[in-house]
Design a protein around this ligand. Structure first.
Ligand code: SF4
Length: 242
């Protein structure tokens, strides 16, 4: 049985208290956000945020990126995985935005996913972060947590997204990715989840809970707080840039 709306609301509200900041790549401006999310595949957000100030100094607009030489783009992002492919995709994306949308990042799922290299996950982040439109971006963390909680029982992120869109009220949908992603990164880990510090374990249907509090529990909590504060500081620094 899928959870009632009230259960989903309670879980998201509790987790929101622990993770009050926007998603790490929610940079306000649509161009900045779509570049950040496009670069983030299989790379830690910290690595993406670190290179973005110099990237946006070189390419402040989609038009500037569309004109850029692919090798020059590669040089700006060479610290992250798959940088050659990502540089090619970014240039094509920028050319699409300039050629078909007058240099403005489009605002609908259909138009966003028509851009070169943009899938539903990236489009969903944009809709929530920049256009105030309900959507649920399902990455590896959201996929794992939603299935462990028992909200859905699906084998792929794509099916999980479709199932979540049916059961999560539209008002709450914008919360799902930012909150579950951080929670999955810090607490509901891929290997052994830290159920001993989980604020929503009373709602969780995962059978193999790890409830034994380790001796270094305080250190773990402090480390999470430190990492999250550092990530938010990096996000703000990039989001603030002119
Ligand atoms: S109880 Fe454990 S498995 Fe369930 S959501 Fe919390 S951390 Fe994840």
């Amino acid at each position: 049985m899928p959870p009632e709306h009230e259960e989903i609301r309670t879980v998201l509200t509790r987790l929101r208290k622990d993770y009050p900041h926007p998603g790490a790549l929610h940079l306000g401006d649509p161009y900045r956000t779509i570049v950040a999310v496009s670069l983030s595949a299989r790379v830690r957000d910290e690595q993406v945020l670190k290179l973005l100030p110099a990237f946006f100094e070189a390419y402040p607009t989609p038009a500037a990126l569309a004109r850029a030489d692919v090798q020059a783009i590669q040089a700006k992002i060479s610290t992250i995985g798959m940088f050659r492919q990502k540089a090619r995709n970014l240039k094509r994306l920028a050319q699409d935005v300039v050629g078909r949308f007058g240099g403005e990042i489009p605002r609908t799922m259909e138009a966003l996913t028509s851009l070169a290299g943009v899938g539903r996950k990236t489009a969903s982040v944009l809709l929530v972060a920049c256009f105030d439109t309900p959507a649920i971006a399902v990455d590896t963390h959201v996929f794992r947590v939603a299935n462990r909680l028992g909200w859905v029982k699906e084998k792929t992120p794509e099916k999980t997204e479709a199932a979540l869109l049916k059961i999560v009220p539209s008002k709450l949908q914008p919360l799902v990715n930012p909150v579950l992603m951080k929670f999955g990164r810090y607490v509901c880990l891929p290997g052994r989840p830290r159920c001993w510090m989980c604020p929503v374990r009373d709602f969780c249907r995962f059978k193999d809970k790890n409830l034994k509090t380790p001796p270094d529990a305080d250190d773990v909590k402090q480390d999470i707080a430190r990492r999250e504060a550092a990530l938010e500081a990096m996000r703000r620094a990039v989001a603030k840039q002119p």
